[in-house]
Design a protein around this ligand. Sequence first.
Ligand SMILES: [Zn+2]
Length: 220
Amino acid sequence: MSVFASNGCYFSSLLAESGCADHCFGTAQADPPRPWLELKQVHSARVIPAEQWQPGIEADGIATSVADTRLAVKTADCVPLLLLDPVRRAAAAVHAGWRGAAKGIAMGAVRLLGERFDSRPEDLLAALGPAIGECCYEVGPEVAVQFRDWFPERNDLDRRTHIDLRRALERQLVAAGLEAEHIDLAEVCTCCGGAQFHSWRRDGAAAGRMFSVIALRKAG
Ligand SMILES: [Zn+2]
């Protein structure tokens, strides 16, 4: 299990090898192919089925069982999470910054896939794309303390410290029932990883956005 780069984008080998979806983590150098369904992301834990999508809808995750419906999230340091159920054929795209992660959005996405599409957590494949790494993600105690559930082994969350958002989300996915070996995690950091990434923390309000997209293929 690994995440690899090709033509300026990143890909999860788990998702790619499933053969039942196309996906892409875009970078500052390359976008996935359009068109796609895009959300007005508001750092919530709200994940919607694509049938509810309309322009400007506020949510931070979207899921579908319809082939060729391209689901997108945009990030610049936050974590793009793509989920795929190759058995029931369903997919989801999720945007998770610290607020969404603290609210448990990864578990919410797994729950929605189960409710809407009968997805079983043990069938799900997940990929966490390029995002700010623990190296650069220093946060105050008001943020750190919200990760106590996900890092129970740490005793420094009551003060200024570093948080690994992807690791927190990975633990949420495992808590939701995913197999650890069904989770791909990019180790690159958008903040110190160079000009191939947009980074809010590095570039401030001028930061661009990177798009991550997943679309189911037709069964065949
Ligand atoms: Zn870094």
